[in-house]
Design a protein. Structure first.
Length: 226
């Protein structure tokens, strides 16, 4: 797998960085993407780094084009970008909905559009987006967030139908809560009782992008914890 190029977006976060490390250890040539250079500082030197905000469709395409030129056409895209705003449906504002759609849905669409031509020319590829449990299980107090992630789930299934004939598989993994430094700083210990380590989700992602897993597409894989 040493010639396979994998792009991990949101690699400055706990799940993104864990995924970049897992794929690099599996033999991929990994390029990590995040909005700021500082967010990527903790990654090892063997992982390439590109700065860009994938919620902007022009930036997303430019980032992917740059990676294709410098490292090679991407065969794998992992999008771990996500944003969270709590709030009930009757209290949701236009700004809440805009942000949740821009980050949780828009970036996935723009990145998929950017990598698909390269994967088509290669004759295949794998795309994994990160969803969440509230996208499938209605949850009070997370209205705008749930809607953004639910739209992402539907996008994953549409993309899989449209891209599978080209050998491109599109899936998602759906955690409930990640055991990250950021979540530990804001949540009580009892709230983290069933949180899942980012490395566990990263291993699921690595399975979904494996070249041997050619029959799995359009799946939303639950990873809720014990």
């Amino acid at each position: 797998m040493s010639e396979q190029v994998a792009v991990v977006v949101g690699a400055g976060g706990g799940l993104g960085s864990a995924t970049a490390l897992v794929l690099a250890n599996a033999g991929f040539s990994v390029t990590a993407v995040d909005r700021t250079e500082k967010a990527l500082d903790q990654l090892p030197d063997g992982i390439h780094r590109v700065v860009g905000d994938a919620t902007d469709p022009v930036v997303a395409r430019n980032v992917v084009d740059r990676i294709a030129t410098e490292s090679g056409p991407p065969e794998v895209l992992v999008n771990t970008l996500g944003a969270f705003r709590p709030g009930e449906a009757l209290a949701a504002t236009p700004e809440d909905l805009r942000v949740m759609l821009d980050v949780n849905l828009g970036a996935a669409l723009w990145l998929s559009q950017a990598v698909a031509p390269y994967m088509r020319r290669r004759g295949g590829g794998a795309i994994v987006h990160v969803s969440a449990r509230p996208a499938s299980v209605p949850t009070a107090g997370m209205a705008a967030y749930s809607l953004g992630k639910a739209a992402l789930n539907h996008l994953v299934r549409i993309l899989d139908l449209e891209l599978r004939p080209d050998g491109i598989r599109v899936n998602a993994v759906a955690p409930q809560l990640l055991d990250t430094a950021r979540n530990r700083a804001v949540l009580a210990p009892e709230a983290l009782a069933h949180a899942v380590p980012p490395e566990a989700i990263a291993n699921i992602i690595a399975f979904l992008v494996d070249g041997l897993v050619t029959d799995i597409g359009g799946a939303i894989v639950p990873a809720y914890g014990a």
